[in-house]
Design a protein around this ligand. Structure first.
Ligand code: ARG
Length: 568
C-alpha cells in the first residue's frame, strides 16, 4: 500500500518505470528516517550529478498531500502523515477482501508433494515436502490460482521385487498388518543383509519385479497388499498434519503411459543403446545420460516422471508444475526437464523443482537403509506431550487442553520447518520449536490468543451503539496508534506484497517471517499502548487494529498449516 503511495510521490520526478522505482524502495532502518526511502545512486549517471544532489532536487519537487520528503545523503526519505494515511490503510484492510489478490487468475498449478515410498518409512524428506507443499498450496490458492495437489507415491520399482522376495521367505502376515512399516523395514534390512552372502536373492527379486510388470496375479496381489497397509500408516500421518490431496496417483498409475513416451523418444531419434540399456544422452548439457530403460526391459524412475509430466500437462491441463522434492534429486529433475525439452515440450519452462535441504532431528540424520531412523510419529507424539506439559504448568484449568496441546505441538513442528529458507539444512530441536518466547509456532499462537482475549474484553466495554472508525476524527489516529501502532498498521498492509514474493520464490518462509514480524509488532503495540483505554476514541482505533491483527495472524498461520486456538 505504502509503496504505491510512495510511487505516486516519486514517479513524476524521475525517469524510471514504476517497476524500477518499486524495486528500489527500501524500508528505512528507523522511524526517524521516515516510512519509505528512495536511493538515488542509480540516477547519478543519467543526471550527471551526485546522488546527494539528486536526492535534494527530488525532495524539493515532491508535492503530494500528506507526504513530507526529506533528502538525507543519497536518499529521499518519505514521511506519510499518520492521521491522513492511517484512515486510508484501515479502509483497505477493512473493505478489500483482506489478503486476497488475483495474481493467479485461475491458472492451474500442480503441486507434486509428499510422495513417500510404499513399504518404506515416511521419511523426513517426505515430511518436509508435505509441509512445504501444503503451505504452497494455500499460498497459491489465496492468490487466485487453482492449485492441485498430487501425492506421487513411490509404489513401483525394483524394490517391490525385493519386498516380495523377502516377504515370501521371512514375512509374517500378522506383523505386516499390525506394524506395516516396521515389518516392511525389517524385511528390507534383512534382504540387504542376506543378499551380501546369498547370490540368488538379487536375481530372484529382479524376477519378481519383472513378473509384477507383466501383471502376474500373485505378484500383483502381494503388491496391492503392501500398498494398502502402508497407506493406512501414511494416512494417519496426514490426518495428524491436517493435509489432504486432490489426487493420490502413484508411479504405478503411469505403467501404461510410458510406452508412448519411449516410442516418441525413439521416433525423434533421441534414444541410444548403452550397454544394453536405453538412454538419452545429455553430455552437451554437461549431464550424465538419462536412463530410460534398463537392459532387462524394465522402466525406471525417470521414465515414469516423463510420462507423469505429459499426463499433467496434456490431460490435467496444468499451467505450471511444482515438484516439492529434496535437493538430493536435483540432477534427476534437471535430466527429466532436459529430456522433455529435447522432445520439444516447450512447457517444460513452467516445471520447477522446488527443492529443499536436509532436516536433522537434534543432530541425528535419518537413514532408512540401516534401519536407524527416528520415527516421525514418535516425534509428533513427543511434541504434543511436551506442549501438554507446558499447558499443565501455565493453565491447568484450560478447557480442551488436549486439543490445544495437539494444535500447539504439531504447529511447533510445522513452523519450526517453514520458518527456514527451504533450501537450508534444518537442525530441528523440539525444545527450541516449543519455546513460547522464541520465533516459534507456539509464540504465534499465544500472540493470537492475546488478540482474542482483548477483543472479548472490549465487547464487554463496548456494547451496542459503540463507536466505530467512522466516528473517529482524522486528527485522532496518530495519537491512538503511537509509533508502535503505526508500524503495525503499515506491516499489516504488506500482506499481499509478501504473499506475492513468497509465490515468486515458492518460499513459505517469506510468510513465516511476515507473520513473526506481525506478532512482534503487535506485542510491542500491546506493551506500549493501553489498548482498552478509557477514552473511547483511542480504544476504538486500538481495538480495531487488534481485530485486524488477529485476522492477519489467523489467515497467515492457517496458510502455513498452523491452527489458531482461541485460548491456551
Ligand atoms: N518417491 C520419491 C522419493 O521418495 C519422491 C517422488 C517425487 N516426485 C516425483 N515426481 N519424482 O524419493
Amino acid at each position: 500500500m505504502l509503496k504505491e503511495w510512495a510511487l505516486e510521490a516519486i514517479q513524476p520526478h524521475v525517469n524510471l518505470s514504476a517497476e524500477e522505482i518499486e524495486g528500489l524502495f527500501e524500508l528505512p532502518p528507523s522511524a526517524a528516517m521516515g516510512d519509505m526511502a528512495f536511493p538515488c545512486y542509480m540516477l547519478a549517471k543519467e543526471y550527471r550529478k551526485s546522488p546527494q544532489a539528486i536526492a535534494e532536487t527530488i525532495a524539493n519537487l515532491i508535492d503530494m498531500k500528506g507526504v513530507k520528503a526529506q533528502a538525507t545523503g543519497p536518499y529521499v526519505n518519505l514521511f506519510f502523515d499518520r492521521n491522513y494515511y492511517a484512515i486510508k490503510m484501515f479502509e483497505v484492510l477493512q473493505h478489500s477482501k483482506f489478503g486476497q489478490t488475483n495474481i493467479g487468475q485461475g491458472k492451474k498449478v500442480i503441486i507434486d508433494m509428499s510422495s513417500p515410498n510404499i513399504a518404506k518409512p515416511f521419511g523426513i524428506g517426505h515430511l518436509r515436502s508435505t509441509m512445504i507443499g501444503a503451505a504452497l498450496y494455500k499460498m497459491y490458492q489465496t492468490a487466485g490460482y487453482e492449485p492441485i495437489s498430487i501425492n506421487h507415491l513411490g509404489d513401483w520399482g525394483t524394490q517391490f521385487g525385493k519386498q516380495i522376495t523377502a516377504f515370501k521367505r521371512w514375512g509374517n502376515d500378522e506383523a505386516l498388518k499390525e506394524n506395516p512399516i516396521q515389518e516392511s523395514l525389517r524385511l528390507y534390512v534383512r534382504f540387504h543383509e542376506e543378499a551380501e552372502n546369498d547370490a540368488f536373492l538379487d536375481p530372484e527379486a529382479r524376477n519378481w519385479f519383472r513378473l509384477l510388470e507383466y501383471g502376474d496375479e500373485e505378484a500383483l496381489r502381494l503388491w496391492r497388499y503392501f500398498v494398502e497397509v502402508s497407506m493406512q500408516e501414511f494416512n494417519r500421518m496426514y490426518e495428524r498434519l491436517d493435509v489432504t490431496f486432490d489426487y493420490v496417483l502413484g508411479e504405478s498409475f503411469y505403467n501404461d503411459k510410458m510406452e508412448k513416451v519411449v516410442k516418441e523418444l525413439e521416433d525423434k531419434g533421441l534414444l541410444e543403446e548403452s550397454e544394453g540399456a536405453k538412454v538419452v544422452r545429455l553430455e552437451e548439457l554437461g549431464m550424465p545420460p538419462c536412463l530410460i530403460m534398463k537392459s532387462d526391459g524394465t522402466t525406471i524412475y525417470p521414465t515414469r516422471d516423463l510420462a507423469t509430466a505429459f499426463y499433467r500437462h496434456d490431460v490435467l491441463k496444468a499451467d505450471q508444475i511444482l515438484y516439492v522434492v529434496g535437493g538430493e534429486q536435483k540432477l534427476h529433475f534437471q535430466q527429466v526437464f532436459a529430456v522433455l525439452d529435447k522432445m520439444g515440450a516447450e512447457w517444460v519452462k513452467d516445471c520447477t523443482h522446488v527443492h529443499f535441504g536436509l532436516m536433522k532431528f537434534e543432530g541425528k540424520k535419518m537413514s532408512t537403509r540401516r534401519g536407524k531412523i527416528v520415527y516421525l510419529e514418535e516425534v509428533l507424539d513427543e511434541a504434543v506431550a511436551r506442549a501438554l506439559q507446558v499447558i499443565e504448568e501455565k493453565n491447568p484449568e484450560l478447557e480442551d487442553k488436549y486439543q490445544v496441546a495437539k494444535d500447539v505441538g504439531i504447529g511447533a513442528i510445522i513452523f519450526g520447518d517453514l520458518k527456514n529458507n527451504r533450501v537450508n539444512e534444518v537442525d530441528f530441536s523440539l525444545e527450541d520449536a516449543l519455546n513460547f518466547d522464541g520465533e516459534t509456532g507456539p509464540y504465534l499462537q499465544y500472540t493470537y490468543t492475546r488478540t482474542q482475549s482483548i477483543l472479548s474484553k472490549s465487547l464487554i466495554l463496548d456494547q451496542i451503539g459503540a463507536m466505530n472508525l467512522m466516528d473517529i476524527q482524522e486528527g485522532m489516529y496518530a495519537e491512538a496508534l503511537g509509533d508502535s501502532g503505526w508500524n503495525l498498521l503499515k506491516l499489516l498492509n504488506r500482506f499481499n506484497e509478501q504473499l506475492k514474493r513468497g509465490i515468486q520464490n515458492n518460499e513459505p518462509s517469506v510468510l513465516a517471517r511476515f507473520v513473526l514480524d506481525v506478532a512482534q509488532a503487535f506485542n510491542h503495540f500491546y506493551g506500549n499502548e493501553r489498548i482498552l483505554s478509557e477514552e473511547e476514541h483511542l480504544r476504538t482505533v486500538r481495538v480495531t487494529l487488534t481485530r485486524l491483527t488477529g485476522e492477519a495472524l489467523q489467515r497467515t498461520m492457517n496458510i502455513l498449516g498452523l491452527r489458531t486456538p482461541n485460548r491456551m
